[in-house]
Design a protein around this ligand. Structure first.
Ligand code: MTE
Length: 315
């Protein structure tokens, strides 16, 4: 996706040029890295038993919500935690190699704007105060790769309720961390409009599927997946799920988003998964599972039409 815009139109995305064998070899190489690599990167894909100490480590694994456990085969954790998009660190997929200096505690999250109760929360206290549950969701990137992941967290509407939004709040703008000293991609790519920011309509944000993830695979989120707190909006393309949140701003007008600012034609505000609407430069009819390489048919709203189609009566 995104980095393509800074390249000529004939440039192919990584998925189109990286043979699966190369990806597999990289995984083998990572497996051989051993403990030194694991310590340097915090808990990452390579660690079979990551430590559960630390501010976000309590109570894992949390009970899986049966309503969100359709019995799908989960994506291999190693794949999900070593093939990531987090441009603040790198434009490559090996984000886990670049997060060593990223400090995720202490961490503040601000709820501001058109609310009765503006709040600044400590992330560890927030995580402690919420009843956490695990949900298995499909996750679909606009780059046509996909995964099936067990997230731990809570519905976003429970956080929003704390701030008591005013009736005129019609959108939520999400702002993520900008720590240039710890996030090498920020200084390395000054042409991007940092910090990463996203937005949802209020009814999308309040929808019970919209999830605040603080863990994955029964453990606290690894840094490369958006520690300590990220959003997961499973019926939208992955870029609508901002990582490492620091601010939720309740506003009246539809906000611009990071990718929309750069390429409005390619990354519009709504961005619901739709196999019939191709990206201007590639088809969205199928997707590649990041662990097996299997190509499967993409589903409208990423398979969540029963829950969310009613939000889009004109679609
Ligand atoms: N959030 C921030 N802060 N920065 C990013 O670059 N990339 C987005 C999204 N959230 C991104 C982000 C994109 S394009 C995708 S596909 C997902 O994160 C990837 O999530 P994952 O790496 O956990 O699979």
């Amino acid at each position: 996706m995104p980095n393509l815009i800074l390249r000529p139109s004939w440039w192919l995305p990584e998925r189109a040029v990286t043979p699966e064998a190369v990806v597999l070899n990289r995984r083998r190489f990572l497996a051989q890295l051993g403990c030194a690599g694991v310590v340097a990167q915090g808990w990452s894909a390579m660690s079979a038993e990551p430590p559960l100490s630390g501010p976000y480590g309590k109570g894992y694994p949390h009970a899986r919500n049966k309503a969100f456990d359709p019995g799908w085969t989960l994506t291999e954790a190693k794949a999900a935690t070593t093939y990531n998009n987090f441009y603040e660190f790198t434009l490559g997929k090996d984000v886990h190699r670049h997060v060593g200096r990223f400090e995720t505690a202490p961490w503040k999250i601000e709820l501001t704007g058109l609310v009765e109760q503006p709040l600044t929360l400590d992330a560890a206290e927030l995580v402690d105060s919420m009843v956490l549950e695990e949900r298995v969701y499909r996750f679909r990137c606009v780059e046509a790769w996909a995964m099936i992941v067990p997230w731990t967290g809570f519905p976003l509407n429970r956080l929003i309720d704390k701030a008591k939004p005013k009736p005129e709040a019609r959108f939520v703008r999400f702002v993520t961390a900008s720590k240039p000293d710890q996030m090498p991609g920020i200084r390395g790519n000054p042409e991007y409009p940092w910090p990463y920011f996203e937005g949802l309509r209020m009814d999308e944000a309040m929808h019970p599927l919209t999830f605040v993830a603080v863990g994955v695979y029964g453990k606290p989120l690894p840094k490369q997946m958006g520690a300590p707190v990220r959003l997961v909006v499973p019926w939208k393309y992955g870029y609508k799920s901002p990582k490492s949140l620091v601010k939720l701003e309740f506003i009246a007008e539809q906000p611009k988003t990071f990718w929309e600012t750069l390429q409005p034609r390619e990354y519009p505000f709504e961005s619901n998964v739709d196999p019939e609407v191709p990206h201007p430069r590639w088809s969205q009819a199928t997707e590649r599972m990041i662990d097996t390489g299997d190509r499967v048919k993409t589903k409208k709203y990423n398979g969540y039409a029963d829950s969310v189609a009613k939000l889009y009566p004109h679609a």
